[in-house]
Design a protein around this ligand. Sequence first.
Ligand code: HEM
Length: 459
Amino acid sequence: MNWVARREGEAAAASPPRSLGEAEQRRGETRDRECFTEHDVTFANRPRFESQLLVSFNGAALATASYGAHWRNLRRIVAVQLLSAHRVGLMSGLIAGEVRAMVRRMYRAAAASPAGAARIQLKRRLFEVSLSVLMETIAHTKATRPETDPDTDMSVEAQEFKQVVDEIIPHIGAANLWDYLPALRWFDVFGVRRKILAAVSRRDAFLRRLIDAERRRLDDGDESEKKSMIAVLLTLQKTEPEVYTDNMITALTANLFGAGTETTSTTSEWAMSLLLNHPDTLKKAQAEIDASVGNSRLITADDVTRLGYLQCIVRETLRLYPAAPMLLPHESSADCKVGGYNVPRGSMLLINAYAIHRDPAVWEEPEKFMPERFEDGGCDGNLLMPFGMGRRRCPGETLALRTVGLVLGTLIQCFDWERVDGVEVDMTEGGGLTIPKVVPLEAMCRPRDAMGGVLRELV
Ligand code: HEM
């Protein structure tokens, strides 16, 4: 499902510019592409922010490591051993299990309501399902524990991890000032460093417990092919203990959780928000699923790959609301020339994917939610980069698209969705590394009569 910028350079060359402004915009797009094509290696470093160093093992984690042998090794491990299409395929059952649990909970809430419809805190549910998918694919925590909290389907471990992450995130936001004003760091104004270090130490202790639990399961003889990511790494540790140390596994898993949870849940939340404000699109997606999958069973991850319109909806959501709107910052490791300008070594490169995706010189009616624009290969040549480009491109794309596709497909197949009190969903965007919705999404969910048989079996 690699649909980003397939035919590079074509969009800019397709027709002559209509104005000077458009000509400049196209030159800008060519420069953006240049950074990820002929200068990709040069811009493959990351800047070292103080706040990031504190949460990322002094910059040794995959997303923060400088380009070089250490990063290449981590990247290979992640691409080949943990997040390859084959591995993600093996995880499909786990992903489906978490989505099913979410749907079951929603169905119970709706069935218990006298009106037959329940008001659902979708933001919370979508975050929980994204975190649970990652928790189960990384550590199989539910294999040995029964469900405990009647109002959540997250494992005990996922709930504990959520608390730790909730402690870290506000301080990273606050620490941004800190990254640029050394005086704040020297005197640890507001106690930011102390708070981050305390939360990070709780996070790492938690991850070490996960690793120990997986090690015990392996020692007890769990040899299944569908191993958790930690189990895969522990198996490799047996033959190369000096590479796959417990520290390395802790850093890598912390990074995967950090990079994968909020991005995936935010994308699903924007998609549902867009669909609620565009009921005709929602109906069209439902009709596609009914025609292709029917109502006698739940949609599967394999179905999702065949549902062209659903894929267009995901793609259009990522165009309008790329979860990392400025990607991650890159830094040049050597002097180079981009678009005729001399760029010195050590320059920070920030790519505004949000603006690129809404460029009126490239996209027709760019502010409009129009999944149809992607039908039949439409817009294939346009620069669309929600997962980045080049060497530092997101390695979690396959897992993310599989999760988002299955979550959306299942919600659309099982329920009729309406806005709360008929009021348009507020689409105000928040700031930060990701692009959160300022007003958390809530919606009314009514089980579809046609899916009654399937839903009753889930309870
Ligand atoms: C819709 C969901 C997601 C989006 C939109 C997204 C987007 C991105 C973007 C834009 C980058 C930076 C690319 C650059 O530096 O140019 C990135 C990096 C990364 N992503 Fe994702 N991501 C998503 C989900 C995931 C998931 C599920 C995982 C893994 C479980 C993941 C793991 C990573 C890692 C490890 C990096 C750092 C790669 C490196 O620096 O070499 N992401 N992602």
